[in-house]
Design a protein around this ligand. Structure first.
Ligand SMILES: Cc1cc2nc3c(=O)[nH]c(=O)nc-3n(C[C@H](O)[C@H](O)[C@H](O)COP(=O)(O)OP(=O)(O)OC[C@H]3O[C@@H](n4cnc5c(N)ncnc54)[C@H](O)[C@@H]3O)c2cc1C
Length: 572
C-alpha cells in the first residue's frame, strides 16, 4: 500500500481533488462545473443505449441466470453484438473508443439489470482487456485485442491466490526464466478468479527476480489446469469464479505484459478502472432497488394507508434516494477525472468504491425491509439483489484495506512536508526557506477556508459549510500527523475517521456540483426547481453532518474500550 504511489507516480503531478482535501484545499476545476460528455461521445452513447436497454429488458433474464448459475451463450453473444465487450478499446482494434464516462453509463444500465452480468463484463473489460490496452506492445495488441473487443474471446485478470488476497504483493506463483531465455516456467495457484475457466486470455501475476510480473496466458498452454471451473457461491452466481493451477506452464517471453517487475503497477492501474465501474454498477443496482421500494411503498397498504405514508418508511426512501443521487454524481466526476487526464486518481477511485459499495448495501437492505416478508421469497428479485450486492464490499480491494489506503495516501503529502519541516527546525542553522514556505502555506490554509464556487445563490450556504469543513480536515490531518507521527500507519481507528471525512467531503463536492448544474439547466429552460433538489439537499446535509462526526471522534471516542473488548473476544 505504501509503495503504491511510488510505483505509479514518480514524477511531479497536478494536485488532485481528493489529495487537496487533506491539505485543506479545494481544487475546484476537477469537480466544477459538473462534467458533461463531449458531443461525439454523447452521440455514440445515444446510438447504443436503446438497443442495449431493449436487450437487457427483453433478452437478459437475471433470475434465470441466478438459478442456472450461468450466463448463457446467447447473452454473452448479445453483449458482444452490441459492442459492450470492447467499448473502451480503441477503434483500430475493433473497439468503440468510449471514454470512461460513457462506458460508466453503459455499466450503470447493466448493473441496474443484473449483478452477475455486470461483474462478468467488468472482469472481461475493466480489468481483463484494459491491462492489454494500457500496457500491451503494439504487437500484443494486434494479436489479442480485436478478438477480445469483438467478444469472440473472453478475458480474465488473475491476481488473487491463497496467500495473496488483500496482501496483493505477496504473490507466490513463481515464474522462472528458461536457460535459453525463450520462455518462463510458471508454477502456482490462483483462486477466486472471475471468468477463469471461460477466458481465452488471462493476465496472470507471478513473481520473477524483478518483482511481480504480468503474463498473458492462454488456456492451451501445457501445464494450465482448471482446478475448479465454477466455485459454488451465494451471489453473482452467474459468473464463473474459478481456481487455476499452473504446473511447469511454459509462457513465451513475448507474453510478458509491460516490463518484468511491473506487475503490481499494472494491477493497481487496472483496478483503478475497475473501481470506477464498480461505482457505476452499484449506482445502477441502487436505482433498481429504489424503484422497487417506491413501487411497493405506493401500492402496499397496511393500517388503511400506503406504506409510503409512514414516516419510518419515508425516512428509508429519502435516504435511498439521497445516496443514489450521490453515487451517480461521484461516479460521473471520478470517471471524468480519468478522461480529463488527471495523472493520479487512485484516491478518488478508492473513495468511490468504498462509498458506493457501502451505500448500495444499505439501499438494498432498506428496499428489502420495505417489502417485509415478500422480499424473502425468490419470486421477487430482492433476495438475489441482496446476495449479489455483498461481493462489492470485498472484491477489488476489501473496503477496510481501501479505507486505510485512502487515509494513508491522502496524508502522505502533508506528512512529507511535516517531516521536512521537522528536519529544518532541528538543523543547527535551520533551513529558513523550508520553514517559511511551510509556514505561509499552512497558515493560509488554517486561516482561510477555500473557495467553493457555485453559481446558484441558494447553494451558497452549503458551499460555505463545505469549505469550512475542508479547512478543518486540513487542520486535523496536521494534528494527527504531529500527534502520531509514523505510528499513524498502524492507527486504523484514526485512519478510518480521516478517510471517512475525506470521502464525505468528496461526495458533497460532487453532489453540489451536480445540483448546481441541474439548477442552471432548469434556469436556462425557464423551468421550476428540479425534483432532485430536496434529494440532493438531504444528501448534502447528511454528508456534511457525517464529516463533523468523523472529525469529532478524533477527540472523543471509545478506542481503548474497543481494543480491550476485541482483545477479550480474541482471547488475548
Ligand atoms: C466472487 C469473487 C470474484 C473475484 N474475482 C477476482 C478476479 O477476477 N481476479 C482476482 O484477482 N481476484 C478476484 N477475487 C478476489 C478478491 O479480490 C479478494 O477476495 C479480495 O481482494 C480479498 O482477499 P481475500 O478474499 O483473500 O480476503 P483477505 O485478504 O483474507 O481479507 C479478509 C478480510 O480481512 C480484512 N482485512 C484484510 N486486510 C486488512 C487490513 N490490512 N486491515 C484491516 N482489515 C483487513 C478485510 O475485511 C477483508 O475482507 C474475487 C473474489 C470473489 C469473492
Amino acid at each position: 500500500m505504501r509503495d503504491a504511489e511510488d510505483l505509479l507516480f514518480a514524477g511531479p503531478q497536478r494536485l488532485g481533488v481528493a489529495k487537496g482535501l487533506f491539505v485543506g484545499r479545494f481544487v475546484a476545476d476537477w469537480v466544477m462545473p459538473y462534467p458533461e460528455l463531449p458531443l461525439l461521445q454523447r452521440m455514440a452513447l445515444d446510438h447504443l443505449m436503446p438497443g442495449l436497454q431493449a436487450f437487457l429488458r427483453d433478452t437478459l433474464d437475471p433470475a434465470a441466470i441466478d438459478r442456472a448459475a450461468d450466463i448463457p451463450h446467447y447473452a454473452i453473444e448479445g453483449l458482444a453484438r452490441l459492442g459492450v465487450l470492447g467499448l473502451a478499446a480503441p477503434h483500430e482494434f475493433g473497439g468503440r473508443g468510449f471514454s470512461q464516462m460513457a462506458y460508466c453509463r453503459v455499466m450503470e444500465a447493466i448493473g441496474e439489470r443484473c449483478g452477475s452480468t455486470s461483474v462478468f463484463v467488468n472482469a472481461h473489460h475493466s480489468i481483463g482487456l484494459r491491462a492489454l490496452v494500457l500496457f500491451g506492445t503494439p504487437e500484443q495488441k494486434r494479436r489479442w485485442l480485436p478478438r477480445l473487443a469483438h467478444g469472440d474471446q473472453i478475458a480474465a485478470f488473475a491476481l488473487t491466490e491463497p496467500g495473496a488476497g488483500s496482501d496483493a504483493a505477496n504473490v507466490q506463483t513463481r515464474a522462472e526464466r528458461s536457460a535459453d531465455g525463450s520462455h518462463y516456467v510458471l508454477n502456482g495457484e490462483k483462486r477466486y478468479i472471475t471468468n477463469a475457466a471461460i477466458a481465452q486470455v488471462l493476465t496472470v501475476m507471478a513473481r520473477t527476480p524483478e518483482g511481480v510480473t504480468a503474463f498473458l496466458v492462454t488456456p492451451d498452454m501445457p501445464g494450465f489446469e482448471v482446478a475448479e471451473p465454477r466455485m459454488a457461491k451465494m451471489g453473482i452466481r452467474g459468473t464463473a469464479t474459478g481456481r487455476l493451477v499452473f504446473r511447469d506452464m511454459r509462457v513465451p517471453v513475448d507474453h510478458v505484459l509491460g516490463a518484468p517487475g511491473e506487475g503490481l503497477k499494472i494491477a493497481l492501474t487496472v483496478l483503478d478502472f475497475g473501481r470506477t465501474t464498480f461505482g457505476a454498477c452499484c449506482t445502477g443496482a441502487a436505482k433498481a432497488a429504489l424503484q422497487l421500494a417506491v413501487e411497493h411503498a405506493s401500492s402496499r397498504r397496511q393500517f388503511g394507508r400506503p406504506l409510503g405514508d409512514f414516516e419510518l418508511i419515508k425516512k428509508k426512501l429519502a435516504r435511498m434516494a439521497a445516496d443514489t443521487y450521490a453515487m451517480e454524481a461521484m461516479t460521473t466526476v471520478t470517471a471524468s477525472l480519468i478522461d480529463r487526464g488527471l495523472e493520479d486518481y487512485m484516491l478518488e477511485t478508492a473513495i468511490l468504491k468504498v462509498y458506493t459499495t457501502e451505500a448500495l448495501w444499505g439501499i438494498v437492505n432498506d428496499a428489502f425491509q420495505i417489502h417485509g416478508g415478500a422480499a424473502y421469497f425468490t419470486d421477487l428479485p430482492l433476495e438475489r439483489m441482496l446476495r449479489d450486492a455483498r461481493i462489492n464490499q470485498i472484491g477489488e480491494g476489501a473496503n477496510e484495506v481501501l479505507t486505510s489506503f485512502i487515509a494513508l495516501a491522502g496524508m502522505r503529502g502533508p506528512g512529507v512536508q511535516l517531516r521536512e519541516l521537522w528536519g529544518a527546525l532541528h538543523h543547527p542553522l535551520g533551513d529558513l526557506r523550508t520553514i517559511w514556505q511551510f509556514g505561509v502555506g499552512r497558515l493560509s490554509a488554517v486561516i482561510h477556508a477555500p473557495e467553493v464556487p457555485v453559481r446558484d445563490p441558494s447553494l451558497r450556504p452549503y458551499a460555505d459549510r463545505l469549505a469550512g469543513l475542508i479547512r478543518r480536515l486540513g487542520v486535523d490531518v496536521d494534528r494527527v500527523l504531529i500527534r502520531y507521527r509514523e505510528e499513524v500507519l498502524d492507527r486504523q481507528y484514526v485512519q478510518q475517521r480521516i478517510a471517512g471525512a475525506a470521502a464525505e467531503l468528496y461526495a458533497s463536492a460532487c453532489v453540489l456540483s451536480r445540483l448546481d448544474a441541474e439548477l442552471a439547466q432548469a434556469d436556462s429552460a425557464g423551468a421550476d426547481r428540479p425534483r432532485s433538489y430536496p434529494v440532493a439537499e438531504l444528501s448534502l446535509r447528511r454528508s456534511l453532518r457525517r464529516v463533523r462526526r468523523w472529525l469529532a471522534k478524533l477527540h472523543e471516542n471509545d478506542d481503548a474500550a474497543v481494543t480491550a473488548a476485541a482483545d477479550a473476544a480474541l482471547g488475548r
